[in-house]
Design a protein around this ligand. Sequence first.
Ligand code: GLN
Length: 493
Amino acid sequence: MANFATMSVREIQAGLAGKQFSAREVAEDALARIAAVDPQIHAFLEVTEEAAYEQARTVDEAIAEGRLAEMGPLAGVPVAFKDNMNMKGTHTTCSSRMLENYVSPYTATCVAKTIEAGGIPLGKLNMDEFAFGSSTETSAFGITRNPWDLERVPGGSSGGSAAAVAAGLATVTLGSDTGGSIRQPGSFCGIVAVKPAYGTVSRYGVVAFGSSLDQVGPFARSVEDAALALNALAGHDPLDCTSQQLGVDYTANLAEGVAGMKVGIVPAFMQAEGLDGEVRAKVEEAAAKLESLGAELVEVDLPNAQAAMSAYYVLGPCEAFSNLARFDSVRYGYCAEGHKDLGGQYEESRHEGFGPEARRRIMLGSYLLSAGVYDKYYYPAQQVRTLITQDYRRAYESVDVILAPVSPRTAFKFGEISDPTTMYLSDMFTISINIAGNGGMNMPVGLGAESGMPVGVQLIAPQFKDENMLRVAAALETVYGPAPVAPQFAVER
Ligand code: GLN
């Protein structure tokens, strides 16, 4: 087996251009590797063999006609998608019983763009049910294991997307991030994971959790691979009025280094209660490395960021409650048969179709939006949102990027966190970024001194300046190297 999916985008494309192998061979090999390795990980919910071969044929035709360079930034690259992204003809379950039998009648823009850019679609990836969670343990179709330690969670909610890349089952995958669901699994699995600024990537065809917070982004093992994927994904889509045409080449400044850049450090984040020593040590180490590469470290204050978690658990459930109302057994979703009245059918279908965490969010949202309660929570949460957005804007008057932890700790064991509010704290350093709408990413910086598990640092960009964080990440990559495939699944080259 050649294990093409463990290669970088440029390595694959060089091999295709040099006719060392064909896209057909890449597809065959990637599918064979999934069949051999994924039973241990369970990153995939569905493998799209036919679509993979069809796309490989298109890429091979382009190569034969000398058009490989025109094909797009992901030509011939094995890719896969979180299961909340519609891809025509595939199941899009959101890891929920509610959508177990739902087959997409159309394709999400992010999926279409990945395929138009030449990506070879391998399948759909496991996640927390409807993206509620931080461990992928709430999937109705079983857990996904962390390729670095099979007894530990891969993070979530995009756990399948992170695990697939970390195990070398795909070169690039897509995830979605509402409060940390790209960055936190990226850090748990030791790979590059980018949540772009809200509006960078179209949300059309991605099953909505919190429409004002959700954003799609790539997972990859190198900064360049992630930047190439972002080049394919970004852009205005007439089907999503919040999407923007930014016209940025995310690979353009990766080699520029950080000399003269100002990197913000938030003292309140670094001193936060609950931040593990081994994670803090790694963030401090990365800060020192950036300084030695010529960056200037500057302390910045985000005085309202500590209220982000509270605002998120008002706004998130309110939006989720509204978005999930469509899964009513009539318009969409699982239907408990045998009821004479619609009320009974509705109640039982939603009770059986949704898992406990989804039901908790729906109940929370329905309470928070009810008459009399709405004014007390929803309005103040929106006001907090404005304050946090202003905090970031002010901070970026003096820095180009902010360096912070991603997750307070490394990957935990299955079942270790059973209390929902403790689980919610997994996102204490990521949530304020979704609230403000700017971009943030995980950059892997080696292993924790105590746990031996991957640790990542978060780089946070000013609004629509995601190229800043990618540039700093690329500088860190010169020190730490690109992310390896998890040792247990690594292959010799
Ligand atoms: N863990 C957070 C939650 O459960 C964020 C999830 C996400 O970003 N989709 O809501």
